[in-house]
Design a binder for this molecule. Sequence first.
Ligand code: HEC
Length: 309
Amino acid sequence: MRSPFHRLLGLLVLGGLMAAGQGGHGFGPVRPVELPDIGVTRHDGAKLRLREVLRGRRTAVQFIFVDCQTACPLLGSLFRKVDQALTDSEAQLVSISVNPERDSAERLADWRKSFAASPRWMGLRVEAADLAGLLAAFGQESGPPTGHTLQVFLVDGSGRYVARTTELPGAAAVAAALRVDAKRSEPIPAEARDAATGQALFEGRGGVRAFVGTDRLEPQAARCSGCHGTTGDGGGEGKTVVPSLRRTALTKLTPRRGGPASAYSRETFCASLRSGVDAAGVQFSPLMPRYEIDNRSCAMLWQFLTKGQ
Ligand code: HEC
């Protein structure tokens, strides 16, 4: 008898998840790529490491250069729309110049200002010697600045490049991919504090819809208890680690998946189930399904998991 876990592994291999192309958000997943930790200069002149800029936040990255007249104004106005659509302070936008010879931090600052960028949107200059390596990490060849890509790249909170769009995507798609906590502020009704119903949901008796990539999972493969164990203690098979979902494990401030230390609250827990992104903005492995779960059901699930030790 094959476990749900094995069945899911089979599904992943057969389904060719990574080749799935455009995901539901307008972003297509890629096999996660660790970006090089190069030195960068921000538009305000601050010298930083790329990894510290990216750590702990979801970031949309685009490539531009200041003198570019055709595509870059479009890219600028795209990010302006995304910037205005976002309320999530955890997300940020980064425009990287592909013309480091010309584009000083000051020029990038002026470019940014011309789009009335908010603080979450920064311009970055990388050294000419580092540019090819950075572009390669995003699957791009280097060449003259005018040939640069019009795609938007999504980087997770551990600094890994995890998804990309087609050329010149819509602002709504980019904002949706960055906005992982859209339902955070909805009130949760009092009767939702029911651990018994939460346990039923945990064991897959609740009809919550689950997805791997864009594929809907069968209920028996979507049960939390199937992978995390009936008591939520976690475990794993082979190289795969399935984390514990006990109260102490969820609520303890601890580094997860290479990101900065984070702990779950009920709100970030529920946002993570829906988005596949953890409390520090780091994307889950594709083995952890995404759930279309409403706040009420999720509150019961949280109640069940956090009532004990
Ligand atoms: C098919 C297997 C599978 C199922 C079903 C599953 N998970 Fe997971 N889950 C995983 C794996 C594997 C990870 C680790 C992901 C990673 O580290 O990137 C994980 C990670 C998590 C995390 C992150 C924990 C941490 O410490 O950051 C939470 C929370 C979680 N799962 C909750 C749930 C809940 C709630 C359900 C049911 C609604 C569920 N999972 C169903 C496999 C599964």
